[in-house]
Design a protein around this ligand. Sequence first.
Ligand code: GAL
Length: 442
Amino acid sequence: MARAANTPIRRRVTLFAAALAIASVSGCTAAATSSPAASSHDLTVYHWWTAGGERQAMTKMEEDFETAYPSVLIHDNPAAGGGGITLETVVQGKLAAGVPPDTFQSHAGGELRTYVDGGYLDSVDDIWTAHDLDQKYPPVLGRMVTFNGQKMAIPVSIHRANWLFYNVPIFTRLGLTAPTTVDEMIADAKVLQAAGIAPIGLGTRDKWTALDLFDVVLLSVAGSDGYEQFYTGLLDPATNPNIKLAFQKFAELIPYVYPDHGSATWSDMPAQLTSGRVGMMVLGDFAAPLLTSLGGVEGRDWEAVGFPQKPSQVFLMVIDAFTRPKGVQHPDATTDWLNNLVSPKTQADFTLLKGSIAPNQDVPVSTYSMSIQARASTAFKTLPVVPSSIHGALAPLDFLGEWQDVLTVFLYSPDVSRALSQAALLMKSYDVAGNSAWYWAK
Ligand code: GAL
């Protein structure tokens, strides 16, 4: 199917489906059809990849699919909002209204579990087995999508969430080195601030980025074991000294955070970094393609280091996956889509543009032109791998919603005792320990 013929149809249907989703989440009863043009060869895809880098990667994935399955017409439904902050609401509304998309994006782990527990998904065991993914994918990926003994989503991409990016010319000019600890980050921040540069880039309009910053602090004081235990409800924030220390350290960072963080999103920060308005930022490697598209050359203009490096290095993992909802209109097209996600060509094309690494081990590391991707690939194989809380992989999704609020408020009003008692209350009211038992059962 020619792209030129596809594009206008796709755009028209996208608007229709967006209106339908809004009607659904606002409580109206929606009709069960997704489009007047719907046929067995249609495929409605819901995702949140709209920012620079993400959008190009998704478009490439769709093009690869169209080449492999020319009779299927994709209806592309993006919901802007990094990390799926808006898509979750849209999809939950559609699922509850009985008008599921043919497939939608989810993070593997805790977020996926929400849809599984709601009874909204069919298993993808047939696809998993047909492609021998127990052999092709690293075992941790299988564990993160297995619920009640069944595989419930197909991963397409792995991100590392804990990178510290910095502006190379500024660091060189000021004689700074990339920090390996939070204390070193604070020392660098003081020098940057004295030079009139906002030291730590952060955009908290979507809130989850506040977690990204807090989580590297937590890793630095509690290590990977403490991190895992905290987000699975095994540590009491009211009494655990590491959680208190993490908040105290987090408070120390606040004077150095980008002052307008509340009105910016994660995808605003790469431009701030390349232009030299901020000196460093903590983000996942999905920021790398955006830095590149802004003209920033890796190594010359920006660089990234895994962070923190002490007490030990960790790969904070984010897995992007797609699902097979129950009762979809175009089940064959859903299966085609999921089959194509596994293809080494699609994963290579997609991850190259996305800044991530491919789950399918048939994709060679030489695919990647950016050093950050080659280093992520090595880190994934050699470091302890811990699911990132930030993107709904570890802690329960409803807990995370409120936890993000606690951390965002803390940035404006850093009261450690209040934050600790709020954390303890959230842990109990969302039964984080009980709702995380799936993780330790694997
Ligand atoms: C993450 C997702 C990434 C990237 C990022 C920003 O949650 O796993 O693929 O899209 O959000 O939107």
